[in-house]
Design a protein around this ligand. Structure first.
Ligand SMILES: Cc1cc2nc3c(=O)[nH]c(=O)nc-3n(C[C@H](O)[C@H](O)[C@H](O)COP(=O)(O)O)c2cc1C
Length: 343
């Protein structure tokens, strides 16, 4: 069913690279390409790069796709947030795009990307931000791929299991980067303390699919614990952001090791979707950003680019899970070896 208990997470925005996926396979882990924000042509080129290199390793690799939500509605809250961003942008010397239809209704080339995966299959396809239709799951199976869906609650897991996907990536909200959630979050007293408790909740709800644990896993010990709790594998993101093969900006890599940053939080400030990041000035100053993804992502893009060019870590989206302090620099192979050592 699975060729390794360790999955190097797909990380869109430049962090996942073909080199990281190949390094993962060569070191005995499963790597994922992140198709989010990429053109179909760029996605196809990365698949070509990875396919032959991974084949000889005996490992699988995957491609991750963002499931688009409903078009964003241009609310007063969104317009007001754009006005506030204009002030940030003016201070930084960057612009903010207009709220054009293209920014409100961006599906990230969904149809083209899934067609490409049907026409030119890869071993694993994972989805986040929503669920694929059952017909698409059947088409991907017919093409020879295994299909994973990312879920964050028992309700989402039940819905995903009903589609016949092969495994569920169970993402706890300790995870770095965007939350995969696509249904309203459970009420406070039903939320889980960590990914093991979340897996227990899924089992209690009758979900019988294989589970891949994600969120806050940063050490070999923790990996062992989630495997002992019944996960077939763990998917780690933050642990690889500082690796040599990661394409994350140096500013992001350095911030993860900077003692000045001492806490993470869930924020919508950068993209309009909940994501866990190191708390910096931008996160602190925008506690009430609207739920409007990916429109806010596009609105803040020039601002983030300028922040990166200016080495301004206080205005950048520093995605990080709660275990960020254990993230190591160096070759991905070393990080993988240390994680797998005792497992
Ligand atoms: C920089 C970054 C980018 C991410 N991008 C994606 C993505 O494109 N697709 C996805 O399914 N998950 C993405 N994630 C979430 C990971 O798949 C995974 O759930 C998470 O990293 C696990 O928690 P951890 O960061 O504590 O290890 C991203 C995470 C990070 C840190």
């Amino acid at each position: 069913m699975i060729s390794s208990p360790l999955v190097v997470a797909p990380m869109a925005g430049g962090t996942s690279t073909p080199a990281l996926v190949i390094a993962a396979a060569q070191a005995g882990a499963i790597g994922f390409l992140a198709s989010g924000y990429k053109t179909p042509a760029a996605m196809a080129a990365e698949i070509q790069q990875v396919r032959s290199a991974v084949k000889n390793t005996g490992q699988n690799f995957g491609v991750n796709v963002f499931v688009p939500g409903e078009p964003v509605v241009e609310t007063e809250q969104l317009k007001a947030y754009r006005e506030r961003l204009l002030k940030d942008a003016a201070l930084l010397g960057a612009g903010v795009p207009e709220l054009s239809p293209g920014l409100l209704n961006d599906t990230d080339f969904w149809s083209e990307k899934v067609q490409l995966l049907i026409d030119d299959p890869v071993p694993l396809v994972s989805f986040t931000f929503g669920l694929p239709e059952a017909g698409l799951v059947r088409s991907l199976h017919a093409a020879g791929s295994l299909v994973w869906a990312t879920v964050t609650s028992p309700a989402e897991a039940t819905a995903a299991a009903g589609l016949g996907v092969d495994a569920l990536v169970v993402q706890h909200n300790s995870a770095g980067g965007h939350s995969a959630a696509f249904l309203p979050a459970p009420v406070a007293h039903q939320q889980s303390a960590d990914v093991i408790e979340l897996m227990t909740q899924l089992r209690a709800a009758g979900v019988a699919r294989p589970l891949i644990a994600a969120g806050g896993i940063g050490t070999a010990n923790r990996l062992r614990e989630v495997l002992a709790a019944g996960a077939i594998a763990a998917q780690l993101g933050t642990a690889f952001v500082r690796s040599i093969e990661s394409g994350a900006r140096q500013l992001h890599k350095d911030a993860l090791a900077d003692q000045r940053f001492n806490v993470t939080a869930i924020t919508r400030a950068f993209t309009g979707k909940n994501a866990r990041a190191l708390v910096n000035r931008f996160v602190s100053e925008h506690p009430d950003a609207p739920t409007a993804y990916p429109t806010v992502h596009h609105l803040t893009a020039p601002l983030r680019a300028k922040a990166a060019a200016d080495d301004d870590a206080d205005s950048l989206n520093l995605w990080a899970g709660t275990s960020w302090r254990t993230a190591q620099a160096g070759p991905a192979a070393n990080i993988i070896r240390a994680l797998l050592e005792a497992n």
